[in-house]
Design a protein around this ligand. Sequence first.
Ligand SMILES: [Zn+2]
Ligand SMILES: [Zn+2]
Length: 681
Amino acid sequence: MGERLLDTEEVGGSIPPVPTIVRFAIRPLIKDPGIKMKSIVVKLSRDKTVEVPPNKRIRDLISKVGADGNVIAAKLDGQVVDLDRELKSDCSLDWISLDSTEGIDILRHSTAHLMAQAVQSLFPGTQVTIGPTIEDGFYYDFKRDQSFTPEEIEKIEKRMQEISKSNLKVVREEMPKDKAIEMFRKMGEDYKVEILKDIPEDRVSLYRQGDWVDLCRGPHVPSTGKIKAFKLTSVAGAYWRGDENNEMLQRIYGTSFPTKDALREHLRLLEEAKKRDHRRLGRELDLFSFHPIAPASPFFHPKGAVVYNELIAYIRGLYSRYGYQEVLTPQIFDVELWRRSGHYNHFKDNMYFTQIDDREFGVKPMNCPAHTFIYAARKRSYRDLPLRLADFGRLHRYEKSGVTAGLTRVRTFSQDDAHIFCATEQIEEEMTSLLKMIHEVYETFQFHQMQVKLSTRPDPYMGNLETWERAENSLADSLRKRGIEYQVNEGDGAFYGPKIDFEVMDAMKRGWQLATIQLDFAMPERFDLSYVASSGSEARPVMIHRAILGSIERFMGILIEHTGGALPLWLAPVQLRIVIVTDQQKSYAQEVLHKLRNAGWRVELDDRNEKLGFKIREAQVAKIPYAVVIGDREVSNGTVAPRARGGKNLDPMSVEEFLNYLQNEVSSVKQNEARQNGGVQ
Ligand SMILES: [Zn+2]
Ligand SMILES: [Zn+2]
């Protein structure tokens, strides 16, 4: 950072106001004529520097340095500020363009202001409260007795467009807090007065556009004309400060994008997500249902159970290749176990309990403590390690009813859970194998985009520093060796060990956290696990908790939305539906049905007296991968005429050829890594 030549005032701190609007103007900046102002050195990116006279506004620099017209704010010594800011001393400056993450956030918050201005001009007497940005958009909470009707929302949008067109300058002002309180009180804005009273600073900043003003830290876009592509998406009730004892406010949600195209694409994906909602598809495809008798606990119907079991079978198939052994453990345990594992202290509110024979038992929320008993059931030596125990055991976790949502957050589920007991020096090798496995699984489900986060040692932490460093390095090295880009969340690991989280991107570009690899130095300690090292001395193993799909229930929900219910052939509950043209082909169709069934395919026969086109369409709606058409020609040639779900007709072929075709399709999707690498030991 450059030396400050002009004064000692912190840049980005209390800046004198810009007296553009007379009504609330405050003291103008008075320059001491006795001091000769030296020029300011501004360091721009790529080591470029410019010299400017003091009090130059940032926006005046834009054209001078040839930054593009997309710039809507700047970073002054790392702090995001408006373009209107005056430069006070030597500083560094970065541009924030409209389409950057920070730029979009400023744009969205500015759109919230635009909306509030439109609301107050249309509905006088409505009070403003807060208007933050959220993922993919923003909201603003208003105090108004009636809720907003769809017609009113349309009107608000229209008014927003008008204000945008009139391209009002967005101006920052500062004033003493008491003055601001007085002003908002006169305006009848009780909530702003309440917010102001909680602000510790003596001076506050306001943002004004036209005759509308809001209390705000900013920054904002320089003028309302920058806000061009927005949409109000929904209305909901919300309590003031999120407290149900407070009065109810009206929350309007909206979103905003740098371009109309980006907005259109976003709205298309939203619409698509609505169509693909797994709760809706689960009902339409007869996969599962929910009943108040067991809140937030799915009932899987026969078709849903097929998918569920296929997912487990797939992971089981990997276990034999990757050296896991499956175990079965009890459902309920004496609370003594949960006390020892630490769950009783930290996780009690999320557990279910029961009393039997005057003993208190807890239903398992996770499998890990049980696995330590299998480990400790006999004396272990270094030759037994790594020991990889997998468990699809049913888990129960109490979730508040407000946060449960279809399959993605339930109270009972099972995971593709496993625990690897290994020596510290084996961590890296285990990681390498795990990363390979995770890659294989996600490729199979066509999640091609993945974000990886490595969380490191927090403070306080348990265990010794050397073990931590060794473990963290092993995790980082294995990621690097596989060429996986990752982000480090410094200090974000659990107190008992570092972890890696994997987030995949679905077809609607939404991120879902799936796999976790969690190193644990604490549990082996708590349960006093040990092994005899090759030197003959006692050593403590490390425990790796890991899941790839995570909860099977949640994964199924995500997968249904990712695929829009069109599950891959190997996973589809009904894989094939034979469709006949007339009754004449019935007996041949029966013959084909048996052949396909005997080969292990899930197949059904549609021999209803309906038109062929209708039956094919129905198979399509039911998301069945292949309609197998049989007409007179197929009967006389001994063939079938398969039609893929997407509409593609395959050439007629014999049943045997079709069976080969299906088999090839499945193996081209599954086990791709195994084929590429010639198997994994
Ligand atoms: Zn604001
Ligand atoms: Zn675990």
